[in-house]
Design a protein around this ligand. Structure first.
Ligand code: XIL
Length: 410
């Protein structure tokens, strides 16, 4: 977006966006970091740490600790690395990462406790009975979550359950304990080991409405209905660069609000936006529009408090190995220079989208329905922030909860 002002419609509200550079600053003041801007909005912003060794690079450590206030291990807490042999737990690297975070006032997410990838060979070998599998899963979770009890704010407990279901050879949990029973086992054990950690189900390609999201919604609704201690859903958000407008933000917000209606939180857990190389300025602007839209959704949703990227510098992104010919997926380039995605996030945090206007409530049936169903939540009843509710707001009493919160348009 060029200099000057533009109007963006999200949830039927006009949001003034001042392009970075438009706001004059005293020449001496350092621009605020992402973590400072995010703290002012009540969310944490973070990045995955790719290995313990990268923390020895002073530039890496300086950018990580100044820009972010939450971190996660990209690989080091997965079964294969943290539990490489039946009686061996290796905490050297993950402990170093957690210690770094604590030394810099950063929170930490744990990732993950049950998945079909990156499992150690001994775990897949067997044979084990169903009861032994349940015991194995409970022991692992009690041990690892217990090791960090009181220190990690969030855990991804189960990762990509539907992929695991389709891959029984690599997923001992669904194939031997049963689906969704093993999720009940895993979340219950995690809560026993650390009652203070928020527990997430984590999955990919659920940032827009569709059958994949519906599947996840049904799964977590079942967990809630059974009284299983789950607190939220992680949207991995591995995305591709494309021009994103308000509809991208509305899509993500729709899903976030549907989870809010179930009493669940949302975290953006692994955001990156792959670009087909070479990365031109136009492609990096498209990439920035994706980062902006997801952050707008998180700021608008009352239940989104964590926004984490899968790394922060293109030097250590997993994308080039996964998708040859693609890369440049993160907000800093290989020289640790901020890219347009960084500017878009800083701008969004400095000029966040506001709640729906009273005009939208009065004139749009979708806004009224969402309000009446409670999906939008109490904070949005006072759009002007002056303690005054929308004065002529009709409050229909019999409006059903919409299955999908529509995007408001005016
Ligand atoms: C990826 C790591 O980034 C790679 O280094 C590793 O080789 C494979 O796993 N979804 C997840 C993450 O939940 O754990 C994955 O991380 C990326 C996809």
């Amino acid at each position: 977006m060029g200099a000057g002002r533009a109007v963006l419609l999200v949830l039927g509200l006009a949001v003034d966006i001042v392009a970075l550079g438009g706001a004059p600053r005293p020449a001496t003041a350092a621009p605020p970091t992402l973590r400072e801007l995010a703290a002012a909005r009540g969310i944490r912003i973070g990045a995955a740490i790719s290995s313990a060794a990268t923390l020895g690079d002073p530039t890496y450590a300086q950018v990580l600790s100044s820009e972010f206030d939450i971190a996660v291990s990209e690989n080091q807490m997965k079964w294969g690395l943290i539990h490489p042999a039946p009686a061996t737990y290796d905490y050297v690297d993950p402990d170093a990462q957690v210690a770094f975070a604590q030394a810099h006032g950063m929170a930490f997410r744990g990732h993950n406790l049950a998945w079909h990838n990156q499992n150690p060979a001994w775990l897949l070998a067997g044979p084990f009975t169903r009861d032994e599998r349940i015991q194995q899963l409970r022991d692992h979770i009690h041990t690892v979550v217990g090791h960090y009890a009181g220190q990690l704010s969030e855990w991804d407990v189960v990762n990509e359950a539907f992929d695991g279901l389709a891959d029984p050879a690599h997923d001992p949990w669904s194939s031997q304990i049963g689906f969704p029973d093993y999720l009940d086992v895993a979340f219950t054990a995690a809560h026993e080991a650390d009652p203070s950690a928020k527990l997430f189900y984590n999955d990919y390609l659920i940032e827009a409405p569709g059958p994949r999201f519906d599947q996840v919604l049904a799964l977590v609704a079942g967990l809630k209905a059974r009284g299983v201690p789950i607190h939220g859903v992680g949207f991995q958000a591995h995305q591709g660069a494309r021009p994103c407008d308000a509809s991208c933000a509305n899509d993500a917000l729709t899903n976030m609000l549907r989870l809010h209606a179930l009493g669940l939180e949302v975290a953006i857990t692994e955001l990156d936006v792959a670009v087909q190389l070479p990365a031109t300025p136009a492609k990096l602007d498209e990439q920035a529009s994706v980062y902006r839209a997801l952050l707008q959704a998180c700021l608008l949703a009352p239940n989104c408090h964590t926004f984490v990227m899968w790394g922060f510098t293109d030097t250590y992104s997993w994308i080039p190995a996964l998708r040859p010919g693609y890369g440049a997926a993160l907000p800093f380039d290989e020289q640790y220079q901020p890219k347009p995605a960084y500017a878009a996030m800083a701008d969004t945090l400095a000029n966040p989208p506001g709640p729906p206007s009273c005009a939208a409530y009065r004139t749009q049936p979708e806004a009224q329905a969402a309000f009446a169903s409670g999906i939008l939540g109490a904070p949005l009843l006072d759009p002007d922030g002056n303690g005054v509710a929308c004065e002529s707001l009709p409050v229909p009493t019999t409006v059903p909860v919409p299955s999908v919160v529509p995007a408001f348009t005016g």
